[in-house]
Design a protein around this ligand. Structure first.
Ligand code: UT7
Length: 319
C-alpha cells in the first residue's frame, strides 16, 4: 500500500502591530504608490519588542493541532523552518517542543530562507512515507524584521513577520503527490545576511539583496518548477485547483499564474496584507484560504517558493 502524507489541519499567527506603507514613507525615501505598484504590498506585521519567532510558531502550531483535532501526545515529529531562530541553539523546534509539552520525538530546524517551509514539509513527508513518523507538526516561522536594515528601502518595504503551521498524518489517501527541492549556492550573494559565527559574529547582521536580479531569477525558476511539479505527478495545468505561492511580490505571483494559465481567482494572494513573511509565507497563505473556505477537501494545490541560497522548490498535493 502506498503511504501518503495528508494535511489534517493548518494554523497561522501574525503579530498584532501593523506597519503601513505610509508609516514607511516617514523614515524612508519611498512612497505608498511605488510600493503598491512594484510589489502589491500595502501592509505588513512586525513583531513587538520581546516577541520572538518561537512565540509566533507556538500560536500557529496550537491552531494547526486544534484544527487537526489532535493533542501534543499525537505528534511524533517536529520540523521548524526558520532563518531567524530565537537562539543559536537549541533549535526553535526544540524550544517549540518544550512549549507544547511534547517529549522524546525528533525535533529540528531546517534553514532554506523563504523556501524553508517547502523544505521542511518535504523532509517531514519523507519521514511519514517511510514509516519513521506517523503525525508531524511542520512550521514555517520568521521574524525577518530583526534582520532588516530599516534604512534600506530595497528590503525594508518587502518583509513582514509571521508563522504558519500544518499537521500531517500518514494515510492511504493522497496526500502529498510530489515534492521537488533545489538549491544553487553559486547565487549566494544575491540575497544574504553576511554576519555570522564563522567570523566571530562580525559582519553586518542585516539582509542585503540584489532585488532586481532575484526578481529575474525567481520568474525564470518558477516558470520551470511548475512544469516539473506537474510532470512528476503525471498531471497537467488543467488538474490544478489552486496555486499557493510564496508571497514575495505580486508581479512574480502573476507571472507564475500566467505560466500556469491560472486566473488570479485561483491563486491565493496574501502579499498585500502580510508582505513577504519568508518561511511563513506559504503556510500562512494556505491557512488563510483553508479557513475562509476557498480551499476544499479533495482539491489539488501547487505550493512553490524561492529564496536565499538560492533555494527553490515545490509541493503538489491533494488537500
Ligand atoms: O523571497 C525572496 C526575497 N526577495 C524577493 O522576492 C525580491 C524580488 N525583487 C523584487 O521584488 C523587486 O526587484 C523589488 C521590489 C525589490 C524592486 O523592484 P524593481 O522593479 O526590480 O526595481 P529596481 O530595483 O529595478 O529599481 C527601480 C528604481 C530604482 O531607481 P532608478 O535607478 O531607476 O532611479 C531604485 O532605486 O526604483 C528605485 N527604488 C525605489 N523607489 C522607491 C528601489 N526601491 C525603492 C523604494 N521606493 N522602496
Amino acid at each position: 500500500m502506498t503511504v501518503y502524507s495528508r494535511i489534517l489541519g493548518t494554523g497561522g499567527c501574525l503579530p498584532e502591530r501593523v506597519v503601513t506603507n505610509f508609516d514607511l514613507e516617514k523614515t524612508l525615501d519611498t512612497s505608498n504608490d511605488w510600493i503598491v505598484e512594484r510589489t502589491g504590498i500595502h501592509t505588513r506585521r512586525v513583531a513587538a519588542e520581546g516577541e520572538t519567532c518561537c512565540d509566533l510558531a507556538e500560536q500557529a502550531a496550537r491552531r494547526a493541532m486544534a484544527a487537526a483535532g489532535l493533542g501534543p501526545e499525537a505528534i511524533d515529529l517536529i520540523v521548524v523552518a526558520t532563518t531567524t531562530p530565537d537562539q543559536i541553539f537549541p533549535s526553535t523546534a526544540c524550544l517549540l517542543q518544550q512549549r507544547l509539552g511534547i517529549h522524546g520525538c525528533p525535533a529540528f530546524d531546517v534553514q532554506a530562507v523563504c523556501t524553508g517551509f517547502i523544505y521542511a514539509l518535504t523532509v517531514a513527508d519523507k519521514f511519514v512515507r517511510t514509516g519513521s513518523a506517523r503525525r508531524a507538526l511542520v512550521v514555517g516561522a520568521d521574524t525577518t524584521s530583526r534582520i532588516l536594515n530599516w534604512e534600506d528601502r530595497g528590503t525594508a518595504i518587502l518583509f513582514g513577520d509571521g508563522a504558519g503551521a500544518v499537521v500531517i498524518e500518514a494515510s492511504s489517501d493522497p496526500g502529498i503527490l510530489s515534492t521537488k527541492l533545489h538549491a544553487d549556492g553559486a547565487y549566494k550573494d544575491l540575497l544574504q545576511v553576511p554576519g555570522g559565527i564563522g567570523n566571530g559574529g562580525a559582519g553586518a547582521p542585516y539582509m542585503e539583496m540584489r532585488g532586481n536580479e532575484v526578481f529575474r531569477m525567481a520568474v525564470t525558476i518558477l516558470g520551470r518548477i511548475v512544469d516539473e511539479a506537474l510532470e512528476a505527478a503525471s498531471m497537467t495545468r488543467a488538474d490544478l485547483d489552486w496555486l499557493v505561492p510564496h508571497q514575495a511580490n505580486i508581479r512574480i505571483i502573476q507571472a507564475t499564474a500566467r505560466k500556469l494559465d491560472l486566473p488570479m481567482e485561483r491563486v491565493v494572494v496574501t502579499v498585500g496584507q502580510h508582505g513577504n513573511t519568508s518561511a511563513a509565507s506559504v503556510p500562512l497563505a494556505l491557512d488563510v484560504a483553508v479557513r475562509d473556505g476557498r480551499i476544499q477537501r479533495g482539491q489539488t494545490l501547487l505550493m512553490e517558493a524561492f529564496g536565499g541560497g538560492l533555494t527553490w522548490g515545490s509541493i503538489l498535493l491533494r488537500y
